[in-house]
Write a new protein. Sequence first.
Lengths: 446, 313
Amino acid sequence: MALSGVEIFKHLPKTNCKKCGYPTCLAFAMKLAALQESTDKCPDLSEEAKKFLGAAAEPPIRGITLGGRGVKVGEETVLFRHEKKFVNPCPIALNIKDTEGADAITKHIADVNSSEIDKVGQMLRVDLVCVTDESGDPARFAAVVKQVADGAPNAGLILNSSSPASIEAAIAHCADKRPLVYGANAENLDAMVKIAKEKKVALGIYAKGLDALSDLSEKVKGMGVTDIVLDSGARTAKEMVEEYTMIRRAALKKSFKPLGFPVISFVSRDDSVLEAAVASIGIMKYASIIVVNSIEKWKTLALLTLRQNIYTDPQVPMQVEQKIYKIGDANENSPLLVTTNFSLTYFIVRGEIENSKVPCWLAIMNVEGLSVLTAWAAGKFVAGSIANFIKESEAPKLVAKKELILPGYVSVLSGSLEDKLGDGWKVVVGPREANQLPAFLKGRAA
Amino acid sequence: MPFVIPKDAYAGKVNALTFGSGDKAVTVGGDNGLPFLSFESSIPNRPLIALEIQDVAPSDWPDTVRTVYDGVSDSPAKWAKFCQDSLGAKIVALRLTGTHPDKENRSAEDAVKTVTEVLSAIDVPVMILGSGHIEKDAQVLKAAAEAAKGKECILGKAQEENYKTIVTAAIANNHKLIAMSQLDVNLAKQLNILITQMGFNKDNIIMDPMSSALGYGIEYTYSVMERIRQAALVQNDPMMQTPLLCDIGPNVWKTKESAAPESELPEWGALTERGIVWESVTASTMIMAGCNLLVMRHPKAIETVNKLISELI
């Protein structure tokens, strides 16, 4: 992926035979580098070159789908979200120890099943459960895995044990759910690889530090496992930031294949607020799966909100739903304001209305997430479209007085908007900046 | 294939900014790499947290954080002393919110009185923040700067529309300055240029890129800050090398998440922890993007973030 056209060119026959459809081998190499062509087009490519270039065309960080609803992790392409969208939001996993009592485990399962929240139209939830073998007893571990698999059928599973016997016993209850087996280390490697290959599941591998982890990863891959999840043993926030940064840089910038896999992060703190803060570091800095010890609703809300924010496409403006928002205890005598559905516009305007303590109706119009002036310039926030939106919305039923407050930046629209609205509507020009809204609204209320 | 640590080289460095007077003076900034990557850069000064107090008792803070200061918030001096002595604040940020024309419209003289009282009550460094009203801040901060002469406070926030008066007052009275712009890399740079063109030393500026709260556009602030840091460090742009300030309290504590009772939104869980985690995670997001100085409100959130910073260093 990270190969340049010139690097690829070195591996081509350099005959300029044109069989690929391009005038020169170099031109073909450039197309390959841009991932716009396939090596198949060159009939004279050596086997060795095919293998090399084929590997280069793979995504630099492998994508892996885990069970349950099917959560995809990995396949990231950048280090900073302003360059390009972060691709696959990291699932949150709840850690359950097999030594916990049956009631506690039942409660954990219920918490996972009820973890779903609706955040700006997206349904977010705790997607995975990590069952940890603390007992050392394969029967007990398997029983808890079965309880979780049956009790939370939609959640994906991580089987956390270094004992092949425990994994064997547990996987019998959930092989169809594509669990992540975590995992393999230098000692149990052969047995774990055998299970992963037989059951066709992803394998988590653990080695302390990135030298040892790279060696282990190459070994496991050499033994025929392709779906690998990495754990470098980073447990403190500092280790997480540093090691995950190195892993992602190595994979993306150095095309270092042994570390081109998703990363699993275990965050465990006695203080749940601190655990949330440390987990937030994993969300920002490159963890692909984050295992936590508790999922209080306030904590899940904060972590899933941050994940949604960080994984938002920076090139597509964040939008909010088109509708009439009720702010405070608005009634039929409350003012009606209109603005666009760019999320920042919405949040700022809403915040200032709340500051004013004047209950209002806020009509948010869908202009594909543009701000007021941009939408106006693009012809999307103009008299005709605003009038149609207001008339077709529930606004006429919500307010007794047919009066609409328009953002000051588009005051030029007020006359034509009044005409288009007709039916006795009056348009009032509001302030240009949201921070002038409290004074404006309070002035009108007085 | 042996693993080689993929290090990045940085051409630039963030300025170190020292403020406050005497042995309680503090320094932020000075980092010569992206946040918390000790294998390739150093962080001579850890990010610090200022506790926010106000000139008037906070009527609009949610109970979770307002009640922490019951009994002291009626007097700015008492409140400041409580932060320093009981909560161990290393910095106190006094927000003159009562001077806002839409609030109590307190005068510049009132502000001077408050500033003087607070400065004589504590010896940790003080940040003096206006109410955010462009015209009024110019008057209030000018008077406050004179009253605080010799204390080397951080004064702010200077914005494009009112920076001239505030910069003049900061120069005349030897204070540091917050330059605030609205979520835009180029505007941030432009304001730093305008301020230095008045003869203000760029090493005495701290930049506020405009904070936002978790769930309310924080990704914009995060990316603007990451880009500012890269401009400072990778492109070695001297006008982007000022430390970064994030004043998160007002944004965090007006969100629905920090204020809506659990009875109304049972799926959001316990209100007290929700407010605290909201401020904590907002802060952790800002420090990962390169923030050097935070202004926060809840002691438990501050404790959490301080622990996190200790783990990161």
